[in-house]
Ligand binder design. Structure first.
Ligand code: ZN
Ligand code: ZN
Length: 171
């Protein structure tokens, strides 16, 4: 894994604008609700903390909406049931659906360099075109790169013995 650097900010970018819109609306709704509530028919005593409570409720609700929005986009790029996981995250109480998602989520799919098929990063060969995704040294078995001629671990030549040849893909 050399892309661990993908920051929190970048992760947030995958949330669809629709989910962001719903989160903002939910935040505003909570603020309005808590501003109106004390003046309602219940005749609640005036409490200066109503606004803060509304703020807190709004923040929690919009964070929850954003999390579901994140799962909705994230499940798609991991080849998981997008609709199913969105429903689980939204409907299972106490955020257990959201928790379950983060426990079981699969690694992000990547396009195969050979044919562009979205495949799991733990695959060693592309199931469609046979591209060797994680070539290893035929002598010592350690992972090498495609363009290595000589294994950096055991020093044996690997270019000629070769791994599964790169199948040229003429579209
Ligand atoms: Zn492929
Ligand atoms: Zn080697």
């Amino acid at each position: 894994m050399n892309d661990k650097k993908s920051s929190f900010k970048n992760e947030l970018k995958i949330i669809s604008p629709i989910a962001v819109g719903i989160a903002i609306a939910a935040f505003a709704a909570m603020l309005i609700l808590f501003a109106v509530l004390p003046k309602g028919p219940h005749d609640l005593p005036p409490f200066p903390g109503w606004f803060l409570l509304g703020l807190l409720a709004g923040l929690m609700l919009s964070a929850w909406v954003l999390l579901i929005g994140y799962i909705n986009s994230d499940a798609a790029r991991r080849g998981m049931g997008r609709v199913l996981w969105t429903f689980i995250a939204a409907l299972v109480p106490n955020c257990l659906g959201i928790l379950a998602y983060f426990l079981v989520r699969k690694p992000i799919l990547r396009p195969c360099p050979g044919c562009g098929l979205e495949i799991s990063p733990d695959f060693r060969f592309c199931p469609k075109c046979g591209f060797s995704l994680a070539p290893s040294c035929t002598h010592c078995g350690r992972r090498i790169e495609h363009d290595y001629v000589c294994c950096p671990y055991c020093g044996k030549m690997v270019g000629a013995t070769g791994q599964a040849p790169v199948v040229p893909n003429h579209g």
